[in-house]
Write a protein that binds this ligand. Structure first.
Ligand SMILES: Cc1ncc(COP(=O)(O)O)c(C=O)c1O
Length: 493
């Protein structure tokens, strides 16, 4: 059977990794994909293509768009070069729509292909597992009588944000204004808007000088452009009077909802003590263009405590701080509309303690090795604290010249490196960073790996790993059902 145009990228990659003679056909892989930790050691010995191709599209080829720009089909003529050097060209073939929100220029959409054919290193999200995580969170918060405002800093991806909204979230959290801008540009419109969880000024002591009128005005303009205010739903947090001042008059119309960020022991952001919380709330309430909306309290230091009792006690002490602050603010005659905070690790404790009424879970959607290690020790819960591993980095064996280990094409650039090494659950071999572009994977005779084989690894830390990739391949079982942009990648401003 002749090669298909869609094989070009695959063939190119196979060539790069020296695996042309193996191919990577889906049908040849024969892997099972159990829900949590699918077999990552896929390899292909045979392929339906009689002649392996190592070509690329014709240089300077023009993409043609058919239809109106909302539902366009894009076609292109194609050419491939076979390994014997001959060239083949073919007619125009559809390569999908490029105008859907979230579409990545140059990335084909709408085609079904094997998960084991993506160019590696690649970021994959298992949709079945993701959906199960979203459904579980929705059920737990509903049962606890609180609302969920998922944090999109974990995935930075409009397609996943949409799934979170479909699963019942009314609002979303962002860590930076740029994330909200990117998701808005991709068409994400949460009914209850975005909450910017990082104090909006951000640059207190060292940058006070820079907070002169121009930059303050620029910040105001950005918020105004996002349609700050209820309705558009851009809410912000503050932890200092200077920040409140910088937002004075930010909205000529509906006031911007502002939460007071409380320090619950992490000391990263947040006001210290109930008196300061009450003072700041009063200031917000009396500043034109702003509306006091409640408090935020996030304890990052508790999230990965692996003993559930110790974790719960720590959260309990922090929630006492929140309760004191709420009392002090209410004593000023102000209404605390929302108590927002919490993460994946503290979900059970937050629901039990009942102080927070809006939860900002982020990692629960994708999960990572660090969280699996911490929550997996809870005797009442299953693997990973009952959250499935949806996020994977797929990598290819690019060198296999030694006993006991092979080299894969995912190294320091493929993972965030703050939280130790990735793991390879399917094979049991140990991964070690082997330079910018490479990783070392130990193998045993029971689990041999050959050149061109694919493995899927659990990233140590999900958020900063995702931020290293332009696209996520959304997979269901063996199939890539879509390739979507990491829309807010690099939007850290
Ligand atoms: C303010 C805030 N809220 C929520 C989250 C989400 O936490 P997790 O990823 O642990 O669920 C984070 C993560 O860093 C955060 O900084």
């Amino acid at each position: 059977m002749g090669e298909r145009p869609g094989d070009v990228a695959l063939a190119e990659e196979a060539h790069q990794c020296g695996a042309v003679e193996h191919g990577h056909g889906a049908d040849a892989v024969g892997l099972e994909h159990p829900r949590r930790l699918p077999d990552g050691g896929g390899r292909a010995d045979a392929d339906e293509r009689a002649v392996p191709v190592v070509g690329r599209p014709l240089d300077g080829v023009q993409l043609r768009v058919h239809g109106d720009l909302r539902s366009a089909t894009v076609t292109r003529p194609w050419t491939d070069r076979t390994v014997d050097g001959s060239r083949r060209t073919g007619p125009e073939v559809p390569i999908g729509s490029t105008t859907t929100p979230g579409t990545v220029p140059g990335v084909e959409r709408g085609r079904v292909r094997s998960r084991w054919e993506v160019p590696t290193p690649a970021l994959l999200v298992d949709l079945d597992v993701l959906e199960a995580n979203l459904a579980r969170a929705a059920a737990l918060v509903a049962e606890g009588g609180v609302t969920l405002r998922p944090h999109v800093k974990t995935h930075k991806c409009a397609a996943i944000a949409r799934l979170q909204l479909e699963a019942g979230a009314a609002g979303l959290c962002v860590a930076k204004l740029g994330e909200a801008e990117a998701l808005l540009a991709a068409g994400v419109r949460p009914p209850e808007g975005f909450l910017l969880t990082t104090p909006v000024h951000g640059r207190l002591r060292d940058r006070l000088a820079a907070l002169a009128t121009p930059s303050r005005a620029a910040l105001r303009d950005r918020l105004a452009a996002l349609g700050a205010g209820p309705g558009s739903g851009m809410s912000v947090v503050v932890d200092h009077p200077e920040q409140v001042e910088s937002l004075r008059g930010v909205s000529g119309g509906a006031p911007v909802r502002v939460l007071v960020d409380l320090d619950v022991g992490l000391h990263r952001t947040g006001v210290v003590g109930p008196e300061r919380a009450a003072e700041l709330a009063r200031l917000v309430a009396s500043t034109p263009g702003l509306a006091f909306g409640g408090v935020q309290a996030y304890g990052g230091q508790w999230q990965h405590i692996d003993d559930p009792d110790v974790r719960r006690d720590a959260v309990g002490k922090g929630m006492a701080v929140v309760a004191d602050a709420v009392d002090a603010i209410e004593a000023e005659g102000l209404e605390v509309g929302v108590r927002s905070g919490g993460g994946t690790g503290t979900l059970a404790a937050d629901l039990e303690l009942g102080v927070l009424d809006e939860l900002q879970l982020g990692s629960y959607a994708l999960m990572d090795r660090e969280y699996r290690d911490a929550l997996g020790r809870d005797p009442d819960l299953g693997d990973g604290g009952d959250w499935g591993q949806a996020l994977w980095v797929q990598s290819t064996v690019v060198s296999a010249n030694h006993e006991g280990f092979v080299t894969v094409d995912a190294g320091l650039k493929a993972f965030a490196t703050d939280a130790g090494e990735p793991v390879w659950p399917a094979g049991g071999g140990r991964y070690a960073f082997f330079g910018d572009e490479h990783g070392l994977l130990t193998v045993s005779e029971h689990r041999p790996l050959r050149l061109g084989d694919r493995v899927e690894l659990v990233p140590p830390h999900c958020d900063p790993t995702v931020d290293r990739y332009d696209v996520i391949h959304l997979v269901r079982g063996d199939e890539v059902v879509d390739t979507v942009a990491v829309d807010a990648r690099g939007r850290s401003q």
